[in-house]
Every structure is written in C-alpha cells, then in structure tokens.
Design a protein around this ligand. Structure first.
Ligand code: ATP
Ligand code: MG
Ligand code: MG
Ligand code: MG
Length: 564
C-alpha cells in the first residue's frame, strides 16, 4: 500500500467534543467520522483495524466449533411479543412500522430471532448441541451515546447462541466459549480480565464479562488479590467484617439524625472537601439500614459510579436521583429516624470534589469505605471483605482491589428462559419433548478497537499491537525525490515485505520527515523503517518500534527488517 493512494485524514487539533483519548485519537487519526449522535462511519484506515479484530473473533469462533450465519437487523415485533421483551425493553429499542402498519424493531440483540430459526429447523436431540454466531450490526438507542464508538447507537457485535439437551452440556459449551474468549482477548494484545457479571435484562443464571482494563472504563471491577475472585461491582456480593459492621452502624447513626444536613456535616461524614453545586442523596433500606449515598453534580464519573453501585442504583443512565429512589421503592424526603425508609436530597454549594467515599449495605451484605477517586487511573483499594461464591465463611477472602474496565465481551448461561417463552422443543432419545438449554455470547467488535486504544497510546498517538494494526510496518524514505538510491531501496523493501505477506505501507507522498513521522505515530503503526542516503552509505536502515524511545540502525536488508 502507498500513502499516495491511501489518503490519510489526520489532524493535529484535539476535537473539543471528544472526552476520552480513544475517541480523540480515532478522530485525529482519521479512523472514524461522526454521522449523527452515536452513528459513525469507518474510514478506510479504521476499517482495516476493525476487519482485523473481526477476523480474529471469526477465527477463534470457528476454531471453537461455532457456525457462522447472518440474521437481519430488522426484526418483526411478534417475536419480541412472544418472548415478552417487546414491553420490557424500553426506549433502548428503536421501533417503527412498515407501509402495512406492521411493527418492527432494529435488533439490539438476537435471542428471539435465533430461537425462531432453531424451532423451524431442529427437531431431534441428534442435531444438538449447536452454536450459531454472526458478526452483525446492532442498534441500541442509548440514552447517552458517548466516547465515540465505545458507546454508540449502531455498532458491530459478534453474537453467538448455543442450544443443548442438558444443563451439563450448556456448561461445557460455556467453558468452551470462555476459552475462545480468552484466546481472542489475548490475541488482541490487550490486558483484560474475565469477571462475574450481572446478567441484566438478557436474563439467565451464570454470566461473566470480559473487561479491557483502562482508567476511563465505565465499570468498576472488584478483584481479590492473590485469589481467583473477580467481579463487576454490579454483581459483587459483599459482607462486612465485625469492625466494618460497627462503623457502618455509626455511619447510619450519623446520617440518621433528623433534619437537613449542612454542607459541612456532609463533608465531614464523607471525609472529603465537598465543592461545586452538589446534590446529596442518602438512601435507606426498608429496615432502616443505610443503603447508599450518591452524589449528583457536574462531576460525571463520581456521580455515575456512585449511582451505579447495585445497592445504590443499577442503571448508569439515571437522569435524576428520584429514579434512583424508585429502584428501592423509596420516596424522596428528608432524613428521618432509623426505621424509616426515607432518603434525603439536599443541595450543597461548594467548590471542588476531590474524592467520594460511599458506603452501602443491604441485609447482611455490606460494602463500605469504597473510594471512587476522581482520578480513575489509580484503582482504589478498600477495607473490604468479600465472600467467594458458595463460601459461607464470614471472613471472606481478603483484600480486594478495584480496577476500571471497559466491557468488551459478555457470556451467559440463559437456561430455558427464551426457549420456553418461544415454545422451542426437541425430542430426546425416548421421544419425549425437551426444552433446550441455551447460552449466548457477545463481543463488541467496534468497542474493542476503542478499548485497545484506551489501553495503548501515548501523547503522540495510537500504539497498535501488531495483530490489529492497520499497517504493521511503515517505510519512510527521506529525500526520495532527490535520491534514486533511497527511492529504489524503499520500493524494493516495500515489494519484498508485500511478497512476505506483511501489511506494509510506503509513505511516498514526498512529505518532510517531521510530518511523515507525526502521521506514522498518530495512526499507530508499530514498526517504522526510515531510509536515507546517510544510512545507505553504510548499508543501514533506521528502525524504530512505536514504543521504543530511540531508533536503532539495522542492516539495509529485507531479512534484517523481517527479524523485527
Ligand atoms: P454496556 O453495559 O456497556 O451497556 P451491555 O451489557 O448492554 O453493555 P451486552 O448486551 O452484553 O452489552 O452486549 C455485548 C457486547 O456488546 C458488550 O460486551 C459490549 O462490548 C458491546 N456493546 C454493548 N453496547 C454497546 C454500545 N452501545 N456501543 C458499542 N458496543 C456496545
Ligand atoms: Mg447496555
Ligand atoms: Mg453491561
Ligand atoms: Mg453486557
């Protein structure tokens, strides 16, 4: 490939409306362009990376024995009415009518559609197990599309659906998919972690998410140090040590004093300097126990994370503290005596929030002292005890560390939730009708491109892992308009690398070195070869890895380049 024939649309300016670095860099490097809210086009260079991610996903799904198919994004309402989700899905599902007044939606997911196809074609236990997947466009009318393709409305997802005669067989395939996901995320070159997850409105029993660790991640993960336990805090089950319980009781005392709290009192209680125009919300459970505290203000991450804790409120997108209260069946009110399910909302005027400490408990489960720092890069630690699944010990499993993560994939054991609702059945060996067990397995293909950038970049641009770089090698000839030797060497190396099957690009635009290098670094090409008269005089090329501080000289041969 030649940059003279592959126009780059790079810019130096950081777009003002892009909050996270991946969004900024994808715009600056000309990977994506916005069409509307949550709608993005992928320019040729971006599509090269997206296609490589999809190819890795496809290869590993095929290796795991799943079968690729393709389903429409337009789905008839009847299927969703059958499963009961037409009414449950809410505004995230975009609905419309055709010219015959039939209802449709743009598919946010495909459980209903695959169940429909399965029941048409599968009759016998002999045809099971089976696992279908597709890499296809989803539409979700997200309340707050943001961070570019990380939370867009239209995006590419790999979704897979498996059918089984028994729960054991479902479990086996779930592990098989889990292994495939580990291979996929490893091949992407990203630091990731599988964690226990809340299965949300997809339903079902067992579920895990695969998170790319990054400071800008919207999710908070609780990970046992030195142990195997790891969970999205949405799904984390926690329990206090005796000491923590006593402190919780004290905290409860403090916030349970009737009457409005002053800003100073709240500040003291939270042990933080409270500033800015802040709304404080204290939620108490039915039994009078302190359920949680949430702040709302201009400080998005603090407020959202606080509000996202399951014991405080689950949806990330709640617009108003009143919504938070609905989750607990509470009413908005003022602080009352212990035993009263009364939350409080008060306005506080102050200047800056440095930190926010949240405490929460629900029956026997308790999480407190969790510090969601404003600077999210540094995971917070907490005086926490966590109960491993099935572990009855009140001492839990030790210290928990928190990380921020970007949900890149999600696997579920759905059981018979959809197959039952959609009247799916197959005959077993004895001729009895059986409702198949079902699993589903998603990966956000477009989101992964952005997530990898969040983890891998510097002030000069993107740093791609080799596997998903749009180009693995860039050749930058210096002064090739004047030097035939430079031009020949660059052309020769370009041809050789192409022949060796390497994704190489030759910067033959005749730009000055500074601008060539700036583009190469911005678009994130991992390997750079500079060819100039000076190096050629001693039969040398200059080589630099995108992560390296300094360039090095290597022999001016294709073999020496291939070694890198
Ligand atoms: P989130 O919690 O971020 O809203 P989700 O749990 O709703 O995601 P799933 O239903 O589990 O998403 O879908 C599978 C995968 O699709 C997710 O793990 C994620 O990588 C991706 N995905 C979901 N929503 C979006 C979106 N709005 N934009 C881009 N990718 C998305
Ligand atoms: Mg979602
Ligand atoms: Mg999620
Ligand atoms: Mg999910």
């Amino acid at each position: 490939m030649r940059l003279s024939q592959f126009p780059l649309s790079t810019t130096k300016e950081t777009p003002a409306d892009a909050q996270v670095v991946s969004h900024q860099l994808m715009l600056r490097a000309g990977y994506i362009r916005q069409l509307g809210s949550g709608l993005y086009s992928w320019l040729p260079i971006g599509l090269r990376t997206l296609t490589k991610i999809a190819a890795i996903v496809r290869e590993e799904m095929n290796r795991a024995g799943a079968l690729e198919m393709l389903m429409p994004s337009v789905q008839p309402a009847e299927l969703w009415q059958e499963s009961g989700r037409w009414d449950q899905m809410g505004a995230e599902m975009l609905r419309f009518r055709d010219r015959h007044q039939n209802d449709f939606c743009l598919g946010p997911t495909h459980e209903e559609v695959i169940c429909h196809h399965f029941r048409q074609d599968f009759r016998s236990y002999r045809q099971l197990p089976v696992n279908f997947y597709q890499i296809q466009t989803k539409f979700r009318d997200e309340r707050r599309p943001r961070f570019g393709v990380m939370r867009s409305r239209e995006f590419l997802m790999k979704d897979a659906y498996s059918f089984h005669m028994t729960a054991e067989d479902l479990n086996r395939e779930y592990q098989n998919m889990r292994d495939a996901y580990v291979r996929i995320f490893t091949r992407l070159g990203a630091e990731f972690r599988p964690v226990k997850a809340d299965s949300g409105n997809i339903g079902g029993a067992l579920s895990e998410e695969f998170h790319i660790l990054a400071g800008s991640g919207e999710d908070l993960l609780a990970v046992a140090q030195g142990g195997t336990y790891a969970a999205n805090v949405e799904a984390a089950e926690t329990k206090p040590s005796g000491a923590a319980r006593a402190t919780a009781a004290q905290s409860l005392e403090k916030v349970s004093t009737p009457g409005q709290k002053t800003c100073e009192q709240v500040s003291k209680f939270l042990n933080v300097p409270l500033t800015g125009k802040v709304k404080l919300l204290v939620v108490k459970g039915e039994d009078g126990g302190l359920v949680g505290i949430a702040l709302r203000g201009d400080h998005q991450l603090n407020e959202i994370k606080a509000a996202k804790h399951p014991l405080v409120a689950s949806p990330l997108t709640m617009a108003d503290p009143a919504d938070v209260l609905k989750v607990f069946g509470c009413e908005v009110g003022y602080l009352g005596p212990v035993g009263c399910p009364i939350p409080v909302i008060a306005d506080f005027a102050a200047a800056e929030i440095a930190d926010f400490v949240c405490g929460a408990n629900d029956n026997d489960h308790h999480l407190r002292g969790v510090n969601w720092g404003r600077d999210c890069a540094e995971p917070a630690t907490a005086d926490l005890r966590m109960i491993a699944e099935g572990d009855p010990s009140p001492d839990g499993i030790g210290t928990i560390k928190f990380y921020r993560g970007i949900e890149g994939g999600h696997i579920f054991q759905l059981g018979t939730k959809y197959t039952k609702a959609m009247s799916v059945s197959v005959l077993d060996a004895a001729g009895q009708a059986v409702t198949p067990e079902m699993g589903c397995y998603g990966i956000g293909v477009t989101r992964l491109a952005a997530a990898v950038i969040e983890q891998s970049h510097d002030e000069r641009g993107i740093i791609w892992p080799d596997a998903i770089a749009p180009f693995r090698v860039i050749i930058c000839p210096i002064g090739s308009d004047k030097s035939a030797a430079v031009k020949d060497a660059a052309e020769g190396l370009h041809a050789d690398l192409l022949a060796a099957g390497i994704d190489v690009v030759l910067d033959d635009r005749g730009n000055r070195p500074g601008s060539m290098f700036a583009d190469a670094e911005l678009i994130g090409v991992p390997h750079r070869i500079v060819i100039g008269d000076k190096g050629l005089a001693t039969q040398q090329f200059e080589y630099k890895h995108r992560r390296a501080d300094k360039a090095e000289m290597i022999a001016a041969t294709t073999a020496a380049v291939l070694e890198k």
